[in-house]
Structure formats: C-alpha cells, structure tokens
Design a protein around this ligand. Structure first.
Ligand code: CDP
Ligand code: CDP
Length: 227
C-alpha cells in the first residue's frame, strides 16, 4: 500500500516554495495548502477596513469574524475571503509589503495555525509557509527548507512582474525581500527558522523542475524508509 505523507515546505520570500509545492502536490495527487495566502487575505481585509496592522486586538477580532477558504483549482488554488475570490487582490504590492506586520502577532498566528491544522483532513498534503515544519506540522514526514540568494529571488520576482506586465524595479524588489525576510526571521512568535530536522534545498541555480525532482526523490526515500 502506498503511504501518503505530510510535506512541509518553508523558506524566505520568493525561494520558489509555492511554485514547487503546487507541482509536487500535483505529481503525488496530494492537497496543496498555501498558508501565506491566509495571512495575505487577512491583511487585505484589514487594509480595506482601515484597521491598523499594528493593532493586534483589532486584527484578531477581525480574523474571528472572517471566513478564509482555499479552493483547489486546475491552476493550483484560489483564496476565498468571506466567499469572494481575492486571489489577485492578495498578491498586490500593497499586501506583499505589509503582510509581515499582520503575521507578527501571537494571537493572529495562533488562530491561523489552528485553521491550518484543520485543513489537513487526510494525509497526502503539501503545505508551504514560514513555520510549517517548526510549528504548524511539527510531525510532518518530510520537511524542506527552501532557500536561494536574495539576488536570485529578486530577479525571479522581477521576471514574473515583467511577464505579467507590471512595473518592476529590481533594486527595490531586493530591498523589499530583505525587509520582509528580516521581519519574518526576527519576530518573537514562531519566526522563520529552519526546523532542526528539515532538509535545506538551495534553489539558487536550480530550475523549477530540478527542485521538484529533488523533493520527489526525498519523498520516495522517506516512503522507502518507513515501509
Ligand atoms: O509567496 P511569498 O514568499 O512572497 O509569501 P507568502 O508565502 O505568500 O507569505 C506572505 C507572508 O505571510 C510572509 O512574508 C510572512 O510574513 C507570512 N507568513 C507567515 O508568517 N507564516 C506562514 N506560515 C506563511 C506566511
Ligand atoms: O512561494 P515563494 O515566494 O517561495 O516563491 P514562488 O512564488 O513559488 O517563486 C517565485 C518565482 O520564482 C516564480 O516566478 C517562479 O516561477 C520562480 N522560480 C524559479 O525561477 N526557479 C525556481 N527554482 C523556483 C521558482
């Protein structure tokens, strides 16, 4: 019998987590769960409501009244906020540059982590984020910590923006990525750190498919070890 695993993928901004996680999930017929989209959705809603992202109490209150759903689609996943598809809205520069302030708060994180764990209804899941291996799914069968140089990550986002026809400045992207990594890595509550038992994959000079294959090999090895 083939055993379904839980796979945690963490790492800094634009390391390739979601692109690779989606593909790995598709190859294994697993469910993909994008936890960053959940923090982004709350950030979007708070900005619309004029709530300060520094106000933990207001944000937690807002989250308790907010429905966030991840809907599987052919392309990967849509993020639904109170029943409305906000997949495009949550990717705006405004949300990207502010989401780390939302994600700093202990009570917001606790509520998000609980929701994320509830999404794992059966095994056979690939979840990506910042604290999946350390906090959300500490017993995950496979933990990947995906990294790449800041230059490479900014370059990738730059190309992505250009392909979408968005204005894009490479140096500014580098600075924004550095700032977001710094906030995520130094926050008090479940910061971005590599779990002790995670395998680091440096994607700087790897193509998407090479990273996917590398992770699938790790998955197969893990299955082999446990059978
Ligand atoms: O895709 P990208 O790396 O740009 O970011 P994301 O995965 O969409 O996450 C956006 C932000 O949400 C991160 O910069 C973190 O501040 C926060 N986040 C988090 O704190 N914990 C998670 N498990 C996922 C995201
Ligand atoms: O989820 P995360 O922020 O870690 O990164 P992503 O959104 O999956 O990837 C950022 C960009 O890098 C996307 O445009 C990917 O297509 C690209 N990428 C790449 O060029 N080479 C890789 N090995 C991984 C991702």
């Amino acid at each position: 019998m083939t055993k379904n695993l839980t796979i945690a993928i963490d790492g800094p901004a634009a390391a390739g987590k979601s692109t690779v996680a989606k593909k790995v999930a598709r190859r294994l017929s697993y469910t993909y769960i994008d936890t960053g989209a959940m923090y982004r959705a709350l950030t979007w809603k708070a900005i619309q409501a004029g709530i300060s992202l520094n106000d933990e109490k207001e944000l937690s209150g807002l989250l308790s009244k907010t429905k966030i759903d991840l809907v599987q689609t052919k392309e990967g996943q849509s993020i639904m906020l109170d029943g409305k598809d906000v997949s495009l809205e949550v990717r705006t520069q405004e949300v990207t540059n502010q989401v780390s302030f939302t994600a700093k708060h202990k009570t917001v994180r606790e509520a998000m982590v609980e929701r994320q764990r509830q999404l794992v209804k059966t095994r056979g899941v690939v979840m990506d984020g910042r604290d999946i291996g350390t906090h959300v799914l500490p017993d995950a069968d496979v933990k990947i910590f995906m990294v790449a140089s800041v230059e490479e990550r900014a370059e990738r986002r730059h190309i992505e923006n250009q392909e979408k026809g968005f204005a894009s400045d490479l140096e500014q992207l580098k600075e924004e990525i550095r700032q977001r990594d710094a906030i995520d890595s130094t926050r008090e509550y479940s910061p971005l750190v590599k779990a002790e038992d995670a395998i680091e994959v440096d994607t700087t000079s790897l193509s998407i498919d090479e990273v996917v294959e590398r992770i699938l090999t790790i998955v197969e090895k893990t299955k082999g070890n446990s059978s």
